[in-house]
Design a protein around this ligand. Structure first.
Ligand SMILES: [Fe+2]
Ligand SMILES: [Fe+2]
Length: 179
């Protein structure tokens, strides 16, 4: 049976764009786990930047905006998975060098969590939300786009902002674009 192509509601698109960043981060951390000590240190710096610039706020936004819209079991899963990912992130960020199994575990947890949100949580929240609630979410996610460049839709020809990448562009400060 062909899958219905689901389009994310505009109100949630900034958070979905951050999911893409999260999946790329997970891939990079998994690759670093198979590398040398320098790769491990770089992975921790990237995780630290991603945590502070995007993930921490992203988790809070989901808990504040979406948790109350979905069935209780999904709400519990959202909080439980955020708590587990936070705990592991804090442990990793205190460690040096990072244990490669922990980096791999973090990458898998993040990837699975994002896939569940995109496949189940976000569709459930979209279905349950009233127009008023979607308008409230949209108002908030417009602020998210302003405050977290990785949530913005990037213009063609401009590299998207990746919160963990020191060479990444910020469209506001890089209005001229990049080659
Ligand atoms: Fe989440
Ligand atoms: Fe998320």
């Amino acid at each position: 049976m062909p899958h219905k192509q689901l389009k994310r509601h505009d109100a949630l698109q900034p958070l979905s764009r951050e999911h893409f960043n999260g999946l790329v981060l997970a891939r990079r951390l998994r690759e670093a786990a198979g590398g040398d000590a320098e790769a491990g240190r770089r992975a921790l710096r990237e995780l630290d930047a991603a945590w502070r610039n995007e993930l921490e706020g992203h988790f809070e936004d989901e808990e504040r905006l979406l948790a109350g819209l979905v069935p209780a079991d999904m709400e519990r899963r959202l909080h439980d998975e955020h708590a587990a990912i936070r705990t592991l992130a804090m442990r990793l960020l205190r460690s040096s060098p990072a244990a490669s199994e922990e980096l791999t575990r973090f990458a898998s947890m993040l990837q699975k969590h994002i896939r569940w949100e995109e496949r189940e949580l976000f569709p459930a929240a979209e279905d349950a939300a009233t127009e008023e609630q979607l308008a409230f979410i949209a108002e908030h996610t417009q602020r998210v786009e302003r405050d977290r460049p990785g949530a913005r839709k990037h213009k063609s020809g401009v590299a998207p902002f990746r919160p963990w990448d020191p060479g990444s562009s910020d469209e506001l400060s890089d209005a001229g674009g990049r080659p």
